[in-house]
Design a binder for this molecule. Sequence first.
Ligand SMILES: Cc1cc2nc3c(=O)[nH]c(=O)nc-3n(C[C@H](O)[C@H](O)[C@H](O)COP(=O)(O)OP(=O)(O)OC[C@H]3O[C@@H](n4cnc5c(N)ncnc54)[C@H](O)[C@@H]3O)c2cc1C
Length: 544
Amino acid sequence: MGNVIVVGSGISGMTAAIRCAGQGVKVTLISPFPSERSQSVMAAGGINAVLRDCDPGDSVACHVEDTLKGGSYLAGSKAVTGLCENAENIIEYLEKLGTVFSIDKSGKLIRRSFGGQSYRRTYYCGSSTGKQIVSALVMEARRLEAAGMIERRLWSCFHSALIRDGVCYGVLIYDESTQGLEALYGDSVIIATGGQNSLFGKTTGSTQCDGYVAGKLFMQGAELKNLEFIQYHPTTIDIFQKRMLISEAVRGEGGRLFYEESGKKVYFMEEKFGAKGNLVTRDIMSRSIYETGRDVYLDISFMNKERINEKIPEVRDLCLKYRGIDISKEPIPVAPCVHFFMGGLAVHMNHETNIRSLYAIGECASMYHGANRLGGNSLLSAIYSGMVAADDISKNPKPKEDIDFSLEIEEEKEKLKQQMETRSKFPVMYIRDMLAETMNKSMGIVRTEAELDKGLSKIDYYLSIAEKLRYDNSVLAYFNYSLVGILNIAKASVFSAKARKESRGAHYRSDYPDSKDADAYASIISYNNGDFKIRLDKEKIYES
Ligand SMILES: Cc1cc2nc3c(=O)[nH]c(=O)nc-3n(C[C@H](O)[C@H](O)[C@H](O)COP(=O)(O)OP(=O)(O)OC[C@H]3O[C@@H](n4cnc5c(N)ncnc54)[C@H](O)[C@@H]3O)c2cc1C
């Protein structure tokens, strides 16, 4: 039987919770907001799989090779093979739960092309793939909740893990509804808290994804991997507080990038990479746009209105509603923006971290995407990693003896109380804004030693004042106590980017523009009382 605490209720956390509960492990699922508001619901484009009726010539082996190649051969082939081999079962599983994939007139699932893939293998649910999957998972979680196997706790934010001698015994959470810290004990803990978008301010993702949990666990001894690999999505559009994604589906349907020179359209991606130039991987496309140094547009106006309405209605609506652009007549102004994090908590094949009984899944873990992720592979890996962790926990129960954490818990309560009473000039949220500016400058599409050094010294300064900042009553308590963890994961990312003196996938250094095969290893970063240590994973401890 046993019990598990799942932190985060996006697609990966929900999958793990359902799978554990289905195998008799009791689950406490915590998150500040309901699953329906997780970043997972934003996924529109689709999920990759090679099904029985795939394009002629396509195969699971080809999906594996595209994924490894797209990630500049930094991901482990055994892990990626497991991911791709299980994709068909995952689609079947999602359909059984009630996910409604788009079908053609004969009732067959429709697939589309995504960048970096040799064949069409991205399946989708109209323009709301993530939403549909989340809805299906929520229904299943409710069934298991009624059966007493899952307890869903909202308004609960991770504070820290209860760790002793390299073993995790549970978590300390901050309950925003009661405004207090509470200890939850579990045989295992699964972290499913998504990426680190809000380190960068305005991105395509959710502000709930701030990297705090990974940053705090790093400070508590968990190792982080490949943090320098941050995916910029090449085609995003500025809308109020966000950059909205113009899905890769637009280019999959034939959309073409261009800029204007002397009144003429220059289709620079096709000039550079040939007929498939608009479907190269995201790292290459983002860099190519950056290198033009010009305003770039995405043109889909050659597509007739019926096809636009059928294939990309969400892009039509988004552009019209928020920017007044009719995409059947006008091009869309696009620019690259931070979108996805290939790096995160380092995990073994079973998704356990270097801390026993502490697992990480979904976007907060680093495993399948190497130096660059292929579109459509993230939903797949969020679900697959949730299944792998749940199966490991169900098969290898780790009952725990009672350990007394009361001293640590009292210390944390006291610290929080003191922070609430701090009255310095600057509020916590001020530094979050400064950090976003720093991260965008030093961790951009093109990086240099000088900018990385500047970034590091600024973050060190923010860290030096973080504990003395004024508590900000206008935001949740979480935003206050999370600052130091966030600064540490930000510093670890810049530190990793400085240490990798080569260019690979999404990590491009203009001062080291070539890839060095000798450095085709994951970078692992660890923390010891404020000291950061980095090493290349030559023994492939975290990959097979
Ligand atoms: C606009 C957009 C479009 C995308 N489209 C696609 C696509 O078409 N195909 C594809 O494969 N991928 C796509 N992706 C990527 C994909 O959606 C994500 O990688 C994936 O959904 C991540 O799932 P997750 O479960 O790991 O995390 P999330 O869905 O981000 O969930 C994280 C959970 O953790 C919780 N949480 C965060 N911090 C804390 C804390 N401190 N304490 C407690 N809980 C916390 C959150 O509330 C949330 O419940 C897209 C991403 C974006 C932003």
